[in-house]
Ligand binder design. Sequence first.
Ligand SMILES: [Zn+2]
Length: 133
Amino acid sequence: MTIPRYWREFQHRYRLIGTKCPKCGRIYFPPREVCPYCHRESIGKMQKVEIKNTGKVYSYTVIHQDVPDFKFLKPYLFIIAEMDSGVKVSGQLVDVSPEDVRIGMPVRISFRRIREEDRAGIIEYGYKFIPDE
Ligand SMILES: [Zn+2]
């Protein structure tokens, strides 16, 4: 695979895609097939939407435990962010120390290497939050 093609596919694959209910306008991430508010009226009508990668810290937790297979530095931050589209997304917040995080702090989603499987050399990517100020 050529490098430009790789990056095109990477960008395509690693976007935050949610679904939007055409009736009430609510946005869901992870995507839902049915809107829990509109039920039957939303079946088969949910629309794919790309969720903008900017938002702010809605709540946060400082994690002190080890997570198997993940070489996180301890302690690390796990947040729920309210994205600019209104949807809430949870994940790890990096590049900020636990004492500096605050509710309402602007953050954005960045796609990063999460872990590397040594023998097969498989690299897993996922999203993390980083400060956006
Ligand atoms: Zn709805």
